[in-house]
Design a protein around this ligand. Structure first.
Ligand code: BEZ
Length: 211
């Protein structure tokens, strides 16, 4: 079954393009994104790593540490980083984990044997400051992910963690949000003194906090 939302993100030690890390020590109470790539020197992965590097200021603004993973050796990662800089117009600026024995990939169930026995699928894990998994998504090797969507989910998760609101279908930053069902009207009055639009007792719409 692999890891589920709410599980603790397994710890590991690994070589990365920024040195050897202990994962839990590295994330150290921050939000984190851990995402896998099927293989080095492949076209889709190259575009993803370039785009994610360009998004670094957005991740930093949200207090998120980003790590990539590929089941290739560290020497190959360093050579591939040169290609990423040359072709994507940006240097790789976050740690890319070398996982040649697939140990981290196994812990995170990133290898789906019926798709491919050795390569990982495109997994994304968003991990909270409590080291718990908050989001997992999996894409096939041939489809590049939408990292703007990863940022959108992080915004939603952080709004829930900080303000007890959830986000409706297709929500974008700045749009109205929903008071979580776990919050009673009495509690909601303290948090949202300007009130809310009660469409149904369970559907209470409120302005996005901080927007
Ligand atoms: C790619 O990154 O381009 C890729 C990797 C594995 C299968 C298909 C595409």
């Amino acid at each position: 079954m692999g890891l589920l939302i709410g599980d603790e993100a397994p710890n590991f030690e690994a070589d990365t393009t920024e040195g050897r890390i202990n994962f839990h020590d590295y994330i150290n109470g921050s939000w984190a994104v851990l995402f896998s790539h099927p293989k080095n020197f492949t076209p889709v992965c190259t575009t993803e790593l370039g785009f994610t590097s360009k998004l670094k200021p957005e991740f930093e603004k949200r207090g998120v540490k980003v790590l990539g993973l590929s089941v290739d050796p560290i020497e190959d990662h360093k050579a591939w980083a040169g290609d990423i800089e040359e072709t994507q117009g940006t240097a790789l600026n976050f740690p890319l984990i070398a996982d040649p024995d697939g140990e981290v990939a196994k812990k995170y169930a990133m290898i789906h044997p019926n798709a491919d026995n050795t390569l990982t699928v495109r997994s994304v894990f968003v991990i909270g400051p409590d080291k718990k998994i908050k989001l997992k998504i999996e894409y096939p090797a041939s489809t590049g992910r939408n990292f703007n969507e990863v940022l959108r989910v992080i915004d939603s998760l952080q709004l829930t963690a900080n303000h007890q609101v959830a986000t409706p279908v297709n929500w974008q930053d700045g749009e109205d949000v929903i008071i979580v069902p776990a919050l009673s009207n009495e509690e909601a009055k303290k948090k949202f003194p300007d009130g809310w639009n009660e469409v149904k007792p369970y559907l209470r719409i409120v302005k996005q906090p901080g927007a």
